[in-house]
Each structure stands twice: as C-alpha cells, then as structure tokens.
Design a protein around this ligand. Structure first.
Ligand SMILES: Nc1ncnc2c1ncn2[C@@H]1O[C@H](COP(=O)(O)OP(=O)(O)OP(=O)(O)O)[C@@H](O)[C@H]1O
Ligand SMILES: O=P(O)(O)OC[C@H]1O[C@H](OP(=O)(O)OP(=O)(O)O)[C@H](O)[C@@H]1O
Ligand SMILES: [Mg+2]
Length: 281
C-alpha cells in the first residue's frame, strides 16, 4: 500500500485532488475527511497541512507527498523533489514600502517578517547579511503597517496583495515554486511508486497536448510531418481518395491554432483537434 500525503486546504489542495482524480484515484468528497483508502489502486491518502507534508515524508511516516517546492525547502526535511506538477505556481520575494530599501544589500539590520523562516535565514546566511527574522503565520503584508517589521518575504502570485498593502518588490526572485511530488531522500522507491508517477505524468501530458488529425496530398506529407512530428512518430494512413493520406499526431496545446493555419497553408484539409482524456507514454 502506497501512503500518500496531500494538502488538506490552502492554495494547493483543490488542484492536487483534481490531478489525482484525473489520474484515476478516488478522492474525498467531504473536505473534513482526514484520510481515504483507495484499495482498488493500492493507495491511501492522508490530508495534512501543506507545511507539514515534507516532515511526514522526510521521516518516512508516509511514502510520498504533494506540497510546494518553497514549503519543502523551508522545512529542511530529509525529502526531495521527484517531479514538478505544473500547478500552484508562485515566486518568493522580498518587499517593502517604496524607498525603504534601494537593493537587497540594504537588508542589514532590518526586521524581516515571513512565514518561511527557513528560506529567509538561508538566503541571509548565503549573502552574509545580518538581519532579524520575525516569524508570522500569515497576512505578513500587514506587519509593516503595524510596525512589526520593515521588510517582508512572502509568496507572490498575482502581486495584488502587495499592491493593496502599498509595498513594492525588492531584488530578484529568491525561489520559483510550484506543486511538487516528493519522497524521502535516499529511500528505496516504494512499491507501486512507478505506476503512480506514470499516472501523474499521463495527466501532465494529457493537459498539455491535443490530438490532431488532418488529410493532406501525399506529396506534401513530409513537409506536414515536419510541422507535427508527434512525440514518437505520427501515424500516416492511406485514404480512399487517390494521392491523399491521413495524418494523426499529438501536438502541444500552446500554438495549436497557429499550427492548423500553417498546415492549411501547405494544403492540409479536414484538420481536427481533440482533447486527450488520459494517456500513458
Ligand atoms: N496565492 C498564493 N498564496 C499562497 N500560496 C500560494 C499561492 N499560490 C501558490 N501558492 C503555494 O501554495 C503553498 C502554500 O500553501 P498553504 O496552503 O500553506 O498556504 P495558503 O494557500 O496561503 O493557505 P492558507 O489559507 O492556509 O493561508 C506554497 O507552496 C505556495 O507557493
Ligand atoms: O500575489 P497574490 O496573488 O496577491 O497572492 C499572494 C498572497 O496570497 C497569500 O496570502 P493568503 O491569502 O493565503 O493569506 P495568508 O497570508 O494569511 O496566508 C500569500 O501569503 C500572499 O499574501
Ligand atoms: Mg496563505
């Protein structure tokens, strides 16, 4: 039985559950459920605070987990990233009132409020900066207005929270984060982990590719196939109409409309795009 830690609430919870559902696993219907057994697939899910997930996995209490890269690195747990999952993207940044800091060098002697003390301390150490770190649970943007800190270090997604608080970003991104699949560092691969990873991979591919079909004169097929090489190799089948063939190929969703225009331009017709519901490569 593969024991898997999943976010119980917050920014990652819904997307993580959706991804697992798309991969064919049972998911809880009530957000108060703490654990869920999917016996048919040989897995058991435990719904935990995203911040605690790396600890459970690092200690070996649970085999694998889904959490944010920033939370994994902040925790210092003995767990490592196996695969990035393409949702929950954010960046981790310093911010302050305009004019307070010219550059990150001016952080020395300042009070920095954050919920990610591990990340911030490591960054300060690496840059030889002596500043004090104020640990807060959330709403860190308000700490400046309330006089508890001079600078904050926090997750930025759209930037609207910073804007509302009248703060501006300072310096470069400390970390680009997204949801990641994690295991215990150095552990043997748990049973059935390969199948689990392949299923998640299948979801990522199904989300980022479409299936394209078109008909084309046989003498243009090499040109067309160069535009739609597929992942392995496109399927080319004969058509009843003499001198024409049908081509079927997976194409990246991004830019698919442009690709249809280009194919039309070289003589392809009946160009169809369809969703891929699930896949194993
Ligand atoms: N807009 C966002 N706000 C906070 N975290 C985000 C956001 N977008 C993505 N994330 C990611 O979600 C993870 C934090 O999730 P967590 O559930 O702890 O915080 P939260 O979404 O702020 O929830 P809470 O309601 O408990 O404050 C981090 O990996 C973070 O990078
Ligand atoms: O860049 P944005 O799109 O505005 O998102 C980032 C904000 O969202 C999160 O706060 P949340 O609403 O989770 O409140 P919290 O600070 O109490 O965790 C995070 O801590 C930032 O404040
Ligand atoms: Mg939050």
């Amino acid at each position: 039985m593969l024991r898997i830690a999943l976010p119980n609430k917050g920014s990652l919870a819904t997307s993580a559950s959706e991804m697992l559902r798309e991969a064919g696993y049972r998911q809880r219907s009530d957000s108060k459920e703490l654990a869920l057994l999917d016996a048919a697939n040989g897995v058991e899910f435990f719904y935990l605070r995203p911040r605690d997930i790396a600890l459970y996995v690092g200690e070996g209490t649970l085999d694998i987990g889904i959490t944010g890269r920033d939370l994994l690195l902040d925790s210092g747990a003995k767990a490592e990233e196996v695969m990035s999952l393409g949702f929950g993207r954010s960046s981790f940044r310093f911010a302050a009132r305009p004019g307070v800091l010219g550059s990150l060098g001016d952080l020395a002697g300042k009070r920095i409020a954050t919920s990610y003390v591990g990340l911030v301390r490591r960054h300060l150490e690496e840059h030889g900066i002596d500043a004090s770190v104020v640990r807060l649970d959330g709403a860190v943007e308000t700490s400046i207005q309330l006089g508890v800190a001079d600078v904050i270090a926090d997750v930025v997604e759209t930037g609207s929270t910073l804007k509302q608080a009248g703060l501006e970003i300072i310096g470069d991104v400390l970390l680009e984060s997204e949801a990641v699949l994690i295991t215990r560092s150095g552990a043997d691969e748990p049973d059935s982990f390969e199948v689990f990873k392949r299923r998640l991979d299948g979801v990522l591919v199904a989300r980022s590719y479409l299936m394209m079909d078109y008909d084309i004169p046989a003498d243009r097929v090499e040109e067309a196939v160069a535009l739609t090489p597929g992942l392995e190799s496109p399927t080319v089948s004969p058509l009843h109409r003499e001198g024409w063939v049908a081509v079927r190929s997976m194409v990246p969703s991004a830019g698919a409309q442009r690709l249809m225009d280009d194919l039309y331009g070289i003589g392809a017709r009946a160009i169809l795009l369809t969703d891929i519901h699930a896949c194993r490569l």
